[in-house]
Design a protein around this ligand. Structure first.
Ligand code: ADP
Length: 226
């Protein structure tokens, strides 16, 4: 299965993508995580990406498309993938079409996570990630770790992403509104999009997502196909 997960920053894409990919036995590919790996490794690409990320802007398309194309070419994606945070503009969407056409494959579905901007700002201000494994995500308000500042899963130190400051979050929201919303419209015109509410417990959102892609129980509320 080949899926896209789209939604504004703070909608919970990373959290849901991880769980969905595990449940469906497909690869989770996060553009943001790929950039953060480069930043951690101190590569030139990472330094370039960091400048844009810190400003809440998109990393240039040629860099982003190259990173994703290389990742999708690895053999572990043959069973399928869940792309989280790509494509974020129409140029990237067209590039993805080309990559898929080259491998004679196509997307099965696009999940669009819906959330208000006020809720995004509230969520992101409290978000904390684990230094050892940034897939371990907490929130100081609604899912705090047992010991403040320490990851429940592996004991790693928790930190706040440097693009999670409020001014940067507002810029990221603007990028989503102006550049990424048209991508959703494009896939909607192809009949691929289901919009689901990103509100509620992690498991509730996951249940909605599974229903939306035909892999869950039909009693999860909050999904609307379009
Ligand atoms: P969020 O969805 O919460 O903004 P991500 O980790 O997906 O978090 O993205 C963080 C940042 O990484 C973005 O603000 C942007 O700077 C960069 N980024 C992620 N995906 C892309 C993409 N497809 N194109 C360009 N830049 C991207």
């Amino acid at each position: 299965m080949r899926l896209l997960l789209i939604g504004p920053p703070g909608a919970g894409k990373g959290t849901q993508a991880l769980r969905l990919a595990a449940q469906l036995s497909i690869q989770h590919i996060s553009a943001g995580d790929l950039f953060r790996e480069h930043i951690d490794q101190g590569t030139e690409l990472g330094r370039n990406a960091r400048t844009h990320m810190r400003a809440g802007l998109l990393v240039p398309d040629e860099v982003t498309i190259g990173v994703i194309e290389e990742r999708l070419a690895r053999p572990d994606t043959t069973r399928g993938f869940l792309l989280d945070g790509f494509p974020r503009n129409l140029v990237q969407a067209e590039a993805l079409d080309g990559i898929l056409a080259d491998s004679e494959s196509r997307l099965d579905a696009v999940l669009d996570l819906e959330i208000s901007e006020a809720e995004v700002v509230r969520r992101i201000a409290g978000r904390r990630l684990c230094r050892r494994d940034r897939e371990h995500i907490f929130h100081v308000g609604h899912s705090p770790p047992e010991v403040s500042g320490v990851c429940d899963v592996c004991g790693g130190v928790l930190y706040q992403r440097d693009d999670d400051r409020e001014a940067t979050v507002r810029q990221r929201l603007e990028v989503h509104r102006s550049l990424t919303a048209p991508v959703v419209d494009r896939y909607r015109a192809q009949g691929l999009v289901t919009t689901i509410s990103a509100l509620g417990h992690v498991q509730e959102v996951l249940d909605r997502a599974l229903v939306a892609i035909g892999q869950g129980q039909a009693d999860a509320s909050g999904a609307s196909s379009c």
